[in-house]
Write a protein that binds this ligand. Structure first.
Ligand SMILES: Nc1ncnc2c1ncn2[C@@H]1O[C@H](COP(=O)(O)OP(=O)(O)O)[C@@H](O)[C@H]1O
Ligand SMILES: [Mg+2]
Length: 316
């Protein structure tokens, strides 16, 4: 549905998007991640035909965007960064305008407007000027305009940016509800969003793709993924650390808290290989009669992985 081949955009002498290649299939929700200035918006503008590539190309539903932009844009709903809208229009007049620009037949436009208004929940503000709406409502109006023609492909540039946590959750719910039969590409720099709504994540930095996989695979790259955190009440850091290090499954032990002589220790044991640590550590704790106040297998930190991937210079 979306096929991107060696897509490149050079501004001046600097490539903002540098030979980006990926495909997206129906049912996939692709999270496009990267630091500010990574090239996310520029990539989306080229996918949606708002910016022509320096080289490479994008096909949307079989239509080459630069050669047949109208056919490609018919398949696409696009929410640009910041979801710009005409401030002095009302949602009613905006959706009418969009339906006319999309050459939708009257009856179809009315039917879809009713569906979309119900879906995004803007029924109560339809005749209010857009500049008087809250950010959350504005974003929903933007989404309504993007999906009015029922596109197969949705491109959403930072759809939850600037919203409060409740509004963020509402927009995410909306995206999830549309995911089943569409291809959705959304950009974000919020990592929790990727796990909340995406089936796949691509990380770009300085215009290049540095990671392409599932959110779970992304998290699994974290140094703390699978490590066991342990708080003990009746033992000393050195003794506990030595005992844990003695286990075959344990690679290294980090003392997070616990001064010499003190009997409250917080430790983290890292796996030596792929073998899970939990059972051998609980067995050890039992045999040593440790007062275990907390024990957990860590899931890993997406922030840490993101930082590691995007700060590796020249990494591929
Ligand atoms: N029209 C433009 N002219 C010159 N440079 C641009 C233009 N648009 C974007 N850039 C530059 O391209 C890079 C990528 O920008 P952008 O795609 O907006 O990143 P992101 O959306 O990931 O934050 C940035 O360095 C930005 O300054
Ligand atoms: Mg952007």
């Amino acid at each position: 549905m979306i096929e991107i081949q060696q897509l490149t955009k050079v501004f001046g002498t600097r490539p903002a998007v540098d030979h980006v290649t990926f495909n997206v299939q129906p049912g996939e929700v692709l999270g496009f991640l990267g630091p500010n200035g990574a090239g996310k918006s520029t990539t989306m503008k080229m996918i949606t035909g708002f910016l022509s590539p320096t080289s490479g190309g994008a096909r949307i539903c079989g239509h080459e965007v630069t050669q047949d932009p109208i056919a490609a844009q018919r398949c696409i709903g696009y929410l640009p960064e910041g979801a710009p809208l005409y401030p002095d229009m009302t949602p009613t007049s905006l959706l009418r305008f969009v339906s006319e620009a999309r050459s939708m037949k009257r009856a179809r436009a009315q039917e879809r407007t009713d569906e979309v208004v119900a879906l995004v929940g803007i029924g109560s503000v339809m005749s209010q000027r857009i500049d008087t709406l809250s950010k959350g409502f504005k974003r929903r109006v933007g989404l309504a305009a993007a999906i009015l023609h029922d596109p197969e492909v949705l491109v959403l540039d930072e759809p939850t940016d600037g919203l409060d946590p409740n509004q963020k959750e509402e927009v995410r719910k909306l995206i999830r509800s549309m995911a089943k039969d569409k291809v959705i590409v959304l950009s974000t720099h919020i990592l929790e969003e990727v796990e909340a709504v995406c089936t796949r994540a691509i990380i770009i930095s300085e215009g290049r793709v540095l990671f392409d996989g599932t959110p779970a695979e992304l998290r699994a790259r974290s140094a703390t993924h699978g490590a066991v955190a342990l708080h003990l009440g009746n033992t000393q850091a050195e003794a506990a650390s030595a005992a844990l290090s003695g286990l075959a499954e344990v690679g290294r032990v980090e003392v997070l808290e616990g001064s010499p002589g003190e009997e409250l220790v917080r430790l983290r044991a890292y796996a030596a290989g792929d073998a899970p640590l939990l059972h051998s550590i609980t067995d050890l704790a039992r045999s040593k009669n440790w007062d275990v106040q907390h024990l957990s297998v860590e899931r890993g930190s997406l922030d840490e992985v993101f930082r590691t991937i995007t700060t590796q210079t020249g990494a591929q």
